[in-house]
Ligand binder design. Structure first.
Ligand code: NAD
Length: 487
């Protein structure tokens, strides 16, 4: 484990570390104990303009857009240096976000895998050619969209940087990215590792830190940005889509969720319970694909919930950096108060099975800790069923028939992910086909891979991340038509 507990970063523009124009900085504090973790540049519109100018120059003048081998080598080398610095990257992530160090380590490993996948896949993404008639050949070539602006979230800042934004680089675009202000150093340290490789041409990647409402807003308005890739809340995503219409930018939106985990009476309960708990309480419930609604068949409800409550109550809650912590703090005081508001409302019209309170004495006094909370049978229209709480709260709904289970699964505006637990494969397939969500896990949950597309139906987003689609969305198809008939 690295001994360092404080990091400082400037903006990274055109291959150099530079102060923001205003020379302002902002601090990030650990949600587990309030200690200062990082200081980064607080940027303004001029910083965005400068970054976009260099990104455009790099797009037009460097070999990046034309040379997949160069791109592949640069991304592979980057993956290698991150691996060498795995412990430091995990420590920053754990301290900035509050997540357990074991989860932070897994996140960094996942990020490396996404990077390597992109480095390999980009060599195989050919266009097509078509013989139209004796003298005419059509070539469909895949070209980068241009300068891409990426706006990143704080909940999985490292993996989602690699999953959602870096495929833009793999496809030959240049990039200006903005980390979430809460976890800026977790992203900027990755750029420090990239800088060491000296393989990426200057200006291909530019990172600027600051507030979403200032620099995020400039990115989505900037006339020289051709596409915005955004991972964050549905509310911000909808606003971004509206603004991007003015300059006709392409958009990719990976947004929120309220995902159901349906457990039928014939499920393998011993396997299901640990998955349901991880699905609901990983990263203190701050996960887009969180299995935040358990939809449980009535005939097993009593036995299942007895076991679930016992297991949930045995979770070790603590500071993220401690090795045995299973549930860390939530990201901020504001988020904690928002979650507690949902819990208070939920308590009024559902059964509180466990949790429902803050931990704020002793070791917990300086952090934002909430006990994992189970709410049974909240009304279908209640906020705890319909809205993304983004905290350690599991809403439990019960059913008697398969049709009822499907109706409950589809009862929100979201459609990001889902789970089905049954040993009857026909039932699993029938139900999975009827759920309106981008992913359906059968007898597992949250298995996300670089090779497999993920994304949202309904208010959960537009476009897909990961897999080949995750790279192809960053390309335009150009038709080049050759007529070789001689006159
Ligand atoms: P958020 O929408 O508050 O912020 C996301 C990013 O947008 C941050 O970088 C923020 O600074 C920036 N931003 C805020 N206001 C902006 C504005 N007006 N213009 C431009 N940019 C702005 O989301 P968050 O709280 O960071 O992340 C949590 C949300 O993200 C949850 O809803 C979660 O479900 C979702 N999420 C989705 C996925 C997915 O893959 N679908 C993955 C992770 C998180």
């Amino acid at each position: 484990m690295t001994k360092n507990r404080f990091w400082e970063f400037k903006n990274y523009i055109n291959g150099q570390w530079i102060d923001s124009f205003g020379k302002e900085t902002m601090n990030n504090y650990c949600p587990g104990d309030g200690e200062l973790v990082s200081t980064v540049a607080k940027s303004g519109e001029e910083d965005v303009n400068q970054a976009v100018k260099y990104a455009k120059e790099a797009l037009e003048q460097s070999d990046w857009s034309y040379d997949p081998r160069l791109r592949s080598d640069a991304l592979n080398e980057w993956a290698r240096v991150i691996k060498e610095n795995h412990e430091e990257a995990s420590a920053i992530l754990s301290l900035e976000s509050g997540k357990p160090i074991s989860e932070a380590r897994m996140e960094v490993s996942n990020a490396i895998n996404y990077l390597k996948y992109n480095a390999g896949a980009i060599k195989t993404l050919y266009g097509r050619s078509n013989s139209i008639d004796r003298n005419t050949l059509s070539i469909m070539s895949r070209e980068p969209v241009g300068v891409v602006g990426a706006i990143l979230p704080w909940n999985y800042p490292v993996t989602l940087f690699m999953r959602d934004a870096i495929p833009a680089l793999a496809a030959g675009n240049t990039l200006v990215f903005k980390p979430a202000s809460q976890t800026s150093a977790s992203n900027m340290v990755l750029i420090k590792y990239l800088h060491e490789t000296e393989l990426m041409p200057k200006g291909v990647i530019n990172g600027i830190t600051g507030q979403g409402r200032v620099i995020g807003d400039r990115l989505i308005n900037h006339p020289d940005i051709d596409m915005i890739t955004f991972t964050g809340s549905s509310e911000t995503g909808k606003n971004i889509m509206k603004v991007c219409a003015d300059t006709m930018k392409k958009v990719s939106l990976e947004l929120g969720g309220k995902s159901p985990n349906i457990v039928f009476a014939d499920a393998d309960i011993d396997k299901a319970i640990p998955y349901i708990i991880k699905a609901a309480f990983s990263n203190a419930g701050q996960l887009c694909t969180l299995g935040s609604r358990l939809i449980l068949e009535n005939s097993i409800a009593e036995m299942f919930l007895d076991r679930l409550v016992k297991e949930v109550e045995s979770l070790k809650i603590g500071h993220g950096i401690e090795e045995d912590t299973q549930l860390g703090p939530v990201i901020s005081e504001k988020q904690m108060n928002k979650i507690m508001g949902y819990i208070e409302e939920g308590k009024e019209d559902s059964w509180l099975l466990t949790g429902g309170f803050r931990l704020n004495v002793g070791d917990y006094a300086k952090g934002y800790f909430i006990a994992p909370t189970l709410l049974l049978n909240p009304p279908i229209k209640s906020k705890v069923v319909q809205e993304e709480i983004f905290g350690p709260v599991l809403a439990i709904q019960t059913f008697d028939t398969e049709e009822e289970a499907i109706e409950l699964a589809n009862c929100t505006d979201f459609g990001l992910a889902s789970g089905v637990w049954t040993q009857d494969i026909s039932k699993a397939m029938r139900v999975s086909r009827k759920i309106k969500a981008g992913t359906c896990w059968i007898n597992c949950y949250n298995k996300l891979f670089p090779e497999a597309e993920t994304g949202g139906f309904k208010s959960s987003g537009i476009g897909r991340a990961a897999g080949l689609e995750g790279i192809l969305k960053y390309t335009e198809i150009k038709h080049i038509c050759i007529d070789y008939l001689q006159g």
